[in-house]
Design a protein around this ligand. Structure first.
Ligand code: NIG
Ligand code: FE
Length: 393
């Protein structure tokens, strides 16, 4: 993760949105490109791969600023959820929202992501928790994917929580996920991944295992929100069901880390969550890297535990709070994140054959990503060979 290939005085050439050359300018003379094309001079500034935000809850309605203010006065995230707030609060708003309103709110967030350098994002449903509302969220993602420069990888997270109407008969909802919701999402090809929140008071390991196995059987890649607020064995579950990634992992055990490494599960760490929830605990990223786990970092964009679109902020926290080096954080925000959504063949690094998705930073060095705190370090965003945000040169 700490070995970056850095080239001074480089040229990157692309054709039809794909990189055909990335290397020293002095060796680029022989490239001939057909077609009109554009030329962007970075003016000596640093150029890095576009960020891959591999964990977001992008399509939601409403906001939870009232809960945020309660938390600022000392109430905990769990207390608020137990009192009927939390995820269920956003479920109510998302169920009520029209598809167009949900689309507009999500598009505004996607625009902000792009301005902060994200060129590919994963996005989860999970604020519907019933067939039609989950489909509505996923349709919004499909519509966004056709008209927005950011690539969207959709995940069905119908196991984000239990819907209020099933609180007292949770296993019936587990059955609905397996027999009704996932088969329909699969039939309409609306999601590539499935995700479940395994946590005290939410999905038990047993319920998590059942829904993950159903999802795999239907061809979904599996993700698990694991060990976010307590160690409940979520990491071991992710390893056992062959998950592509495990998310959060603030309280992952030593045993959990070993299982993730052995099963080659990508650990997606979300350091804006402890910041936003005012917790002291961050995921043991150094320990995971030492044990050979592929660590990715992402925003977790959502209204309750991480209301941000900014990958630069994630990178800053990964370095300053989880002690990643800037090189490791950059790998975690690009190539490892691409692995976490099965897109490493297409995005995540500036190599021939991959999509020409790049960021020109304001600074000459990528060190400024962390050193210059709290500002947007992104000057220009290029997606598939076109300037799509920021300054044209
Ligand atoms: O990733 N952990 C569960 N889901 C979100 C929080 C969602 C919410 O509070 O609305 C998370 O942190
Ligand atoms: Fe999440």
């Amino acid at each position: 993760m700490s070995e970056l290939r850095m080239i001074a005085d480089a040229v990157i050439a692309s054709e039809s949105g794909r990189i055909v050359y990335a290397g020293p300018a002095r060796d680029a003379g022989s490239i001939t490109l057909t077609g009109p094309g554009i030329r962007v001079d970075a003016g000596g500034r640093a150029v890095i791969p576009g960020f891959v935000d591999s964990h977001t809850h992008l399509p939601f309605a409403g906001d939870r600023s009232a809960e945020f203010l309660m938390r600022m006065q000392g109430r905990s995230y769990q207390e608020i959820a137990a009192a009927g707030g939390g995820i269920i609060n956003t479920v109510r708003a998302t169920r009520e929202a029209t598809e167009d309103a949900l689309y507009e709110a999500s598009r505004a967030r996607l625009d902000r992501m792009l301005l902060h350098g994200t060129t590919t994002t994963e996005a989860k449903s999970g604020y519907g928790l019933e067939l039609e509302a989950e489909l509505k969220q996923l349709r919004v993602l499909r519509r966004l994917a056709t008209c927005h420069p950011v690539d969207i990888i959709p995940t069905c997270m119908c196991a984000h929580d239990f819907p209020p109407e099933y609180r007292e008969r949770r296993d019936e909802y587990v059955r609905a996920i397996c027999d009704e919701i996932l088969p329909e999402v699969s039939r309409q090809k609306l999601a590539e991944f499935f995700d479940v929140f395994v946590e005290r008071g939410v999905y038990t390991v047993e319920q998590g295992e059942r829904v993950c196995r159903c999802a795999s059987g239907l061809g979904f890649g599996v993700k698990v929100h694991a060990d976010e607020l307590a160690d409940t064995g979520g990491a071991a579950l992710a390893a056992a069901v062959g998950a592509v990634s495990a998310e959060h992992l603030l309280f992952v055990s030593e045993e959990g880390i070993k299982r993730l490494a052995a099963a080659r599960v990508v650990a997606t760490l979300l350091p804006c969550v402890p910041l936003f929830l005012m917790m002291d605990q961050y995921a043991p990223a150094r320990r995971m890297i030492e044990q050979g786990v592929a660590v990715a970092i992402a925003t977790d964009l959502n209204p309750g535990s991480s209301n941000t679109e900014s990958m630069p902020l994630v990178i800053q926290l990964a370095c300053l709070k989880m002690r990643l080096s800037i090189e490791e954080a950059l790998t975690a925000a690009t190539l490892n994140a691409a692995h976490g959504i099965r897109r490493a063949h297409a995005v995540g690094s500036l190599e021939p054959g991959k999509s020409m998705d790049a960021i020109i930073l304001e600074a000459r060095s990528f060190v400024d990503l962390v050193y210059h705190l709290g500002v947007n370090p992104v000057r220009t965003v290029i997606k598939r060979g076109k300037v799509v945000a920021g300054s044209p040169s």
